[in-house]
Each structure stands twice: as structure tokens, then as C-alpha cells.
Design a protein around this ligand. Structure first.
Ligand code: FES
Length: 200
């Protein structure tokens, strides 16, 4: 794909992000960002951590939030999806996440604190497009051996359901995991903050 087209895709994303932080009145228009679940537009604009009620996320569902102008995905993985992460490891460039950016507690097979929940910045590590979520096994166009994951149509990079990139792809790294933690109530996921970064 021509680089112009990539730029256009990227601009489209940036325009969407700007819309979200531009004012609460515009949030409802900013599909696919979900910005009203326990967080305020003002907190987002300041780059503050955001809170997500995880009970609202269905098994297999991926929701998108905005944090610091970037899309952050939260995926509630099913047991089948969790099991796929081991099955796929022989096909990945960096299955142990040695090269990629994530907090230490996410340097594991699930790239998360809890296997059930993936929290990830939804930006391809090649040239910054936002990949699509393709959770189904054998999804159309991705091959019978596809176990579910993310596909970046800009130049054809595939990632598994933990954002680990397949071997021999244009994208060089696994997608980035932001700081995150679960609040004591067990229901609230905090994105953008963890024990290391907490200030108060
Ligand atoms: S931006 Fe090139 S493959 Fe994703």
C-alpha cells in the first residue's frame, strides 16, 4: 500500500482521537471509542488514568478506550482464546516479549496481569495503523489455521490474541501494553497507572 494511503489511515485515527478529547458533547460520535464508562472527558484530555468497569465487557468482546490520544483495547478472552496463546507460539517472532514494550508483569504468555483480560495499545508497530480485531478461528481471508488475533490491513501484519506479532511480518514488534492494574473491588480496571507509576 502506498505510504500516502497509510498516512491517510493514520490521519483518520488521529482525527477520531482529537474528536474524543475535544469535548464531552462529541464523545458519542466518536465511534469506535467508548468513552463514557466511568471516565470523564476532562480526565482523558489531561492524560489521566481511566477506569473501566470490567463487568460490562462480554466474553470474547473487545472494547476501545482513549488514553493519551491513543486507542487502548480491552479484550475479555474466552478459555478457547487463552488456550490459543500456547498453540501459536511456534509461529511468532517474539513469543516471550523480549523485544517489545510492556510492564514487567505483562512479560508473559498472556501479556497481561490476568489471562482473561488483555489491555493493549491498538497501534501496529510497523507504521502506526490500527489493526482490526479478528477473534474467530479460521476467519475469512486469514487462513484455516488462523486462531484469532489482530490483522493490520495496511501492509498485512498479523498478531495473536496477546498482540504478539507473527514471524516474518512487516511489523517488527509485539504491540505495546500500557500500565494497568485492577482496583481492590475486583470490578474496576485502571488504565494508565500501576503500582510503579501511582503518584498519590
Ligand atoms: S502499519 Fe504496516 S502493517 Fe501495520
Amino acid at each position: 500500500m502506498a505510504s500516502e494511503e497509510v498516512d491517510r489511515n493514520r490521519r483518520r485515527f488521529l482525527t477520531g482521537a482529537t474528536t474524543v478529547v475535544g469535548g464531552a458533547g462529541l464523545v458519542a460520535l466518536a465511534v469506535p471509542f467508548v468513552s463514557s464508562m466511568g471516565t470523564s472527558a476532562r480526565a482523558q484530555a489531561a492524560g489521566a488514568p481511566i477506569e473501566v468497569d470490567i463487568s460490562l465487557i462480554q466474553e470474547g468482546q473487545r472494547l476501545t478506550f482513549e488514553w493519551r490520544g491513543q486507542p487502548v483495547w480491552v479484550v475479555r478472552r474466552s478459555q478457547r482464546m487463552i488456550d490459543s496463546l500456547e498453540q501459536i507460539e511456534g509461529r511468532l517472532a517474539d513469543p516471550e516479549s523480549q523485544q517489545s514494550t510492556q510492564p514487567e508483569y505483562a512479560r508473559n504468555r498472556y501479556r497481561s496481569r490476568e489471562p482473561e483480560f488483555l489491555v493493549m495499545i491498538g497501534i501496529c508497530t510497523h507504521l502506526g495503523c490500527s489493526p482490526s480485531y479478528r477473534p474467530q478461528e479460521g476467519a475469512a481471508g486469514l487462513g484455516a489455521d488462523w486462531l484469532g488475533g489482530f490483522f493490520c490491513a495496511c501492509h498485512g501484519s498479523s498478531y495473536d490474541l496477546a498482540g504478539r506479532v507473527y514471524a516474518d511480518q512487516p511489523a517488527p514488534l509485539n504491540m505495546e501494553i500500557p500500565p494497568h492494574m485492577f482496583a481492590e473491588d475486583g470490578q474496576t480496571l485502571v488504565i494508565g497507572e500501576d503500582e510503579e507509576t501511582q503518584t498519590g
